[in-house]
Ligand binder design. Structure first.
Ligand code: ATP
Length: 259
């Protein structure tokens, strides 16, 4: 893809972090430049969520450095420039809120204490349109399916019109039709120049959007380069090419990146 590459938006240098007594990040290097769409891949427990949670300040580093928009993370305050979608949670959290209210919360870093204006409402409308939830705006989030919750959480991240979008497994538990809707929403966002860092298990319908894949293994970077070409499980580096019908399939061929 021939998008203009700009200055680094995310810089991670030799990041180290522990959860409890377990070292989870063991010297991660990662750079995402303006306009890039980077997928963070890796097996369960390889440290992907911990890496993006460290970026948004939810996990402290025990070593190394993080920068957002050229500013060291601990001094970074411009959170309106960053949209974060956490790993699958429910948008409901027991609070009786409408879809529109949850998505509007994505504007808070921009509106701060002022009353939301026309521009804010337009941004919320656009985000709801993008994920195909405009007709559900007045519904309670408690009445949504899992995939619809994901759409609402993505709309909440988009509503803030962030320059950098960080998403942790946005496609988890989402059916193929919804994945396509979300991929289209993301494509439109990327066309507007948004930089994206995504934690993914497989590339799926997002594959054409991904510029680069960074694969973590045991808290270290095992691969940083072009994304795998094919779609689905077979697309993942490290997928064991073993098939039940294969005559001598005793030894799986490991390409070695995920496991
Ligand atoms: N609160 C915690 N306390 C202790 N260890 C934790 C905690 N949260 C996660 N871990 C461990 O940290 C490691 C990395 O977890 P992380 O969630 O970053 O992995 P991941 O690559 O995102 O995995 P997944 O694909 O399963 O979401 C795992 O071994 C996990 O068991």
């Amino acid at each position: 893809m021939a998008r203009e590459r700009g200055e680094p938006v995310v810089v991670v240098r030799q990041a180290r972090a522990s959860l409890g007594s377990r070292p989870v990040l063991r010297g991660v290097d990662l750079t995402v430049r303006r306009g890039e769409v980077v997928a963070l891949l890796g097996a369960n427990g390889s440290g992907k969520s911990t890496m993006v949670r460290a970026l948004v300040g939810q996990v402290p580093l025990t070593g190394g450095e993080l920068e957002l928009f050229g500013t060291p993370r601990r001094r970074f305050r411009q959170w309106a420039r960053v949209g974060y979608m956490p790993q699958r949670t429910t948008a409901a959290s027991g609070v009786p809120a409408t879809v529109r209210e949850v998505v509007s919360a994505g504007r808070l870093a921009r509106t701060k204490l002022r009353w939301p204006g026309r521009g804010d409402r337009a941004a919320v409308d656009r985000a709801l349109e993008l994920v195909g939830m405009a007709d559900r705006a007045r519904d309670s989030v408690n009445a949504l399916s899992g995939g619809q919750h994901q759409r609402v959480l993505i709309a909440r991240a988009l509503a803030g019109e962030p320059e950098l979008l960080i998403m942790d497994e946005p496609m988890a538990g989402v059916d193929l039709a919804s994945q396509q809707v979300l991929a289209d929403a993301l494509r439109q966002q990327v066309a507007r120049g948004t930089t994206v860092l995504l934690v993914l298990h497989e590339l799926g319908p997002l594959e054409p959007l991904i510029d680069r894949a960074v694969v973590l293994r045991d808290g270290c970077v095992a691969h940083d380069g072009p994304p795998p070409k094919a779609v689905g499980q077979h697309a993942l580096p490290g997928h064991d090419h073993i098939h039940p019908h294969a005559a001598d399939a005793a030894e799986p061929i490991r390409t070695g990146l995920l496991i």
